[in-house]
Ligand binder design. Structure first.
Ligand SMILES: Cc1cc2nc3c(=O)[nH]c(=O)nc-3n(C[C@H](O)[C@H](O)[C@H](O)COP(=O)(O)O)c2cc1C
Length: 611
């Protein structure tokens, strides 16, 4: 299916949209509403028709559209077909062999001809031919301040179009963009990203880099901008491949951008100028700390002639829109991953595993060391190299998305002999490792066909084990609050314990927990503040965020202690600040509830640790 014409009309017809006609503030109110909505079982796309900035005393004519990628179904509507069909087609082209039969030849020709639609259609038009100049500055656009701790307002669904100095390579990437003032944006392209490669080339040449930021248009532009394609492959080719029609591009500031964008911001990045960017409440659900980034000096802003709309997203604690965007990436990139790891059957990145922080892979094991080879492969390929913790299972394992079944399967195969700890590159957003960008990697080989047989444990009730633990640790300067055991029927039962670290490093004390090894095999420690042992979804999120395999894992044969607590600078082998996690402003939520805009529902608030 092709989404033609008016996106809003499409969303209305499909009953995907909730339109809100009350005046709502771009400072926290609108993002808080979207944040709660996307956590519902059947979230709606939200259109805020009357955004205002109460602090600045402004009303905006441009509406704000949020939660566009609010389900698997709508994501596939934007693809115009199933995500699986895209993956299958990619796989087919990768494996393409010359046909032998006549029918085979016809099919082959059909497939090849389809590829002509992949190349973008670069039209001779200019942005000023298709769009009108916006009568205002960045501060006159309804750009949101998402979290109270954010360093300001940020464009969160901006497509950054740029090209190499010689014009031979172009790229679109999605990076957040901080509004410093009416004419300056912070360019948060992280060190590993494609646009940063261009930027370094401009820097070497000492010339300014022309950049165009696109907002809106076909929602698939936004998704392709997030796709981790290798440097040198323009994302617009992927767009054409998925849609089976060429992206129509026009000239903007010497970049080619889609002709149907709602808003286009043009400007130049001077390699000699930078500013402190952030903090910003991020995908991890934690703030990323302020850091130096280049800036864009804005020269022009253009808007669509007819009803421009400002698209935005909220990133924070899961589940959010990036769950559905990430799912599509995971599916589409499976055949591409198989080109370097042919025996990969499937993989999954659970949304509460904080994307690259936890990956599950299912593989066909053909020789000794094959799972370890896969670990190194993953840690070595493109953005997959950000993976912190990788667990591989064999062909006989349950569906990777059946989390209880796959966890049980892994726990019944885990032995200390099949654990590999390494060090490698990390996502710039990671806050757990002692230093930025480099940290611990954990690989678990749970591919064995047979279950392990370990010594029997004495399984106690949670209450009895808690009393025992409190008594033992009273003298050890670690205060224990609560405890819950999971997967007691497996070879490696897990016990979650909440503690108060008492501002002394827990690191040196991890080994004390070995006192509990007669009762449990995996002890996971988290802070008492902000964690609930009964909320396993958020416990996984917390531990995936905070755990660095080099520092936070104590192993004594088949007994493991995992430290998922927040770390303290200089005390816990941490050479930088530890950020806070993001929370909504309670007063604002209560006000929105009173005005009938949201439901202040305690169960949801606790389930997703919203305040
Ligand atoms: C909602 C959202 C926000 C993102 N923000 C950033 C960001 O601020 N900086 C960044 O480098 N990557 C960010 N990313 C990830 C990039 O979009 C992704 O890594 C993409 O592949 C980068 O494109 P590139 O490889 O062409 O540079 C974000 C992704 C999403 C879904």
């Amino acid at each position: 299916m092709k989404i033609s014409g008016d996106l809003i009309e499409f969303l209305r017809t499909k009953n995907y949209l909730r339109e809100i006609d009350v005046e709502l503030d771009i400072n926290l109110e609108i993002p808080h509403i979207a944040y709660l909505e996307i956590k519902k079982a059947e979230p709606k796309v939200l259109l805020f028709n009357k955004p205002v900035d109460r602090l600045a005393g402004k009303n905006f004519d441009i509406p704000v559209l949020m939660n566009l990628f609010s389900s698997y179904k709508i994501t596939e509507d934007f693809f115009g077909r199933t995500v699986e069909s895209v993956a299958n087609e990619i796989e087919k082209f990768i494996k393409l062999k010359p046909p032998t039969s006549f029918i085979g030849k016809l099919e082959f020709l059909k497939d090849i001809f389809k590829l002509k639609n992949v190349l973008p259609n670069r039209q001779s038009k200019n942005i000023s031919d298709t769009h009108v100049r916006f009568d205002g500055h960045l501060t006159d656009l309804p750009i949101l301040k998402t979290w109270s701790g954010d360093g300001g307002k940020f464009i969160t669904m901006g497509q950054t179009y740029a090209h190499s100095p010689d014009g031979s390579v172009s790229n679109v990437g999605m990076y957040r963009l901080q509004v410093f003032d009416g004419k300056t944006l912070g360019m948060h392209w992280q060190i590993h990203k494609d646009t940063n490669i261009f930027f370094q080339e401009y820097k070497k040449l000492g010339i300014k880099m022309p950049v165009s930021i696109g907002i809106g248009g076909d929602p698939l532009y936004t998704w392709v901008a997030t796709a981790p394609l290798p440097h040198g492959i323009n994302e617009m080719l992927l767009y054409g491949f998925i849609k089976n029609y060429n992206a129509k591009l026009i000239n903007s500031n010497s970049n080619y951008v889609p002709a149907d964008l709602d808003i286009v911001i043009e400007g130049f990045v001077d390699p000699l100028k930078s500013r402190i960017e952030g903090p910003f409440g991020d995908h991890t659900g934690y703030y990323t700390l302020p850091e130096e980034y280049p800036i864009l000096e804005v020269t022009n802003i253009y808007i669509k002639k007819n009803k421009p709309i400002y698209y935005a997203t909220v990133v924070g604690k899961p589940p959010l829109e990036d769950k559905y965007m990430g799912w599509a990436t995971e599916r589409v990139f499976l055949p591409l991953l198989r080109t370097t790891a042919p025996d990969l059957i499937d993989y999954a990145m659970p949304e509460n595993g904080v994307f690259h922080n936890l990956i599950l892979g299912k593989m066909r094991v053909r020789y000794l060391g094959h799972p370890q080879q896969f670990m190194h492969t993953f840690w070595g390929v493109g953005q997959m190299s950000f993976v912190k913790n990788a667990i591989f299972v064999g062909e006989n394992s349950p569906d990777l998305k059946d989390y209880p079944a796959i966890t049980r399967h892994i726990l019944n195969r885990l032995t200390y002999k099949n654990i590999m700890i390494s060090i490698g590159t990390l996502d710039a957003l990671d806050h757990s490792s002692p230093n930025a960008l480099l940290g611990g990697k954990l690989g678990i080989d749970a591919t064995s066909f047979d279950e392990v047989k370990l010594n029997k444990l004495e399984i106690l009730t949670d209450d009895i084990l808690l009393t025992k633990a409190i008594n033992i640790f009273n003298s050890k300067d670690v205060q224990i609050f609560d405890l819950k055991q999971y997967f007691k029927d497996t070879q490696n039962p897990i016990t979650i314990i909440t503690v108060d670290k008492n501002r002394n490093s827990l690191q040196t004390k991890l080994k004390y927990f070995a006192i509990l090894k007669a009762f449990s095999r995996i002890i996971i420690i988290v802070d008492n503040f902000g964690n609930n042992v009964n909320n396993i979804y958020m416990i996984l999120w917390r531990v995936a965020n905070n755990f660095d395999a080099q520092r936070d894992l104590y192993i004594e044969q088949n007994f493991y202690v995992v430290d998922g607590t927040n770390k303290l600078r200089d005390i816990d082998d941490l050479n930088r600040e530890w950020p806070d996690d993001v929370t909504c402003d309670k007063e604002i939520l209560l006000k929105l509830h009173k005005n009938g805009i949201i439901d202040y529902d305690m169960a949801t608030i606790e389930k997703f640790q919203i305040i």
